[in-house]
Design a protein around this ligand. Sequence first.
Ligand SMILES: [Fe+2]
Ligand SMILES: [Fe+2]
Length: 296
Amino acid sequence: MPLPALRGTMAITATSTSAAMQPTMLPDVPATAPERIAPDTWLIPNLAPAGDGGFLPANSMVIRGREPVIVDTGAPVHREQWLEKVFSVVEPEDVRWVFLSHDDGDHTGALFDVLERCPKATLVTNFFSVERLKIEKPALPLARMRWVEPGGSFDAGDRVLKLFRPPVFDGPTSRGLFDASTGAMWIVDSFPCFTPGPLDADDMPQELLAQVMPALSSAISPWHAWLDPAAYMRHVDAVEALGARTVASAHGPVLRGERLDDAFDRLRALAGMPIIPTPGQELLDTLLAPTLAEAG
Ligand SMILES: [Fe+2]
Ligand SMILES: [Fe+2]
């Protein structure tokens, strides 16, 4: 999710999105480490500065079952620390599956490293992701792939992992992943929120979740404004009915229980609502003011 700086409707504002584009400039980012969030399931967290003490999560996940699965491959700015974190949880030669939720750059940062270092891994993706990646990256190995659509699944030895279309998404190829054996769900770009540091929604200010999650959801999926609330509710209900107990998001905190119920309700409320505006020239002027003052 290429994230716009958001300002006005939330406490946290972006002042350094350009810094997040440069791997050598990630100052004062809280240290994060892989975290077990459900049985056999590890969050691989990374944060990018989002200004005013806020950070944008850029997470991925590892399922360490009989046939280990890497779920997304991180953002390019985090490539080195991502590789270090993932392979502290699973040995490269043990990895049997790489699930690519969609082809956005912040989910494909270490894709080629993983394919090279994990020779036994099959890439779970789809036709359109491969087509879109063709004009962006070197050719992917078709013989190492499996194409699975929403509603489909793949068998990772001791569990069947089910794909679904996430409730909001910023790329047409997006597919979430649900592990019914543990209740863990990867919901891709849905449920985004800046964080002051915590990776779990229970440890975050609730007003921050209430303000920022809808604003970022609107930013990544502005088509909510044209949704029929009843039709959209059926889609959100279907995702919720999968029965996840732990939901991990690429760009938000881990959600469970009441926090998860709230997150689904916030999405339902967006259907038919006006687009929440993202910042414009006024923010750019503010960001540039110190530099211009220095120059002048
Ligand atoms: Fe995305
Ligand atoms: Fe993303």
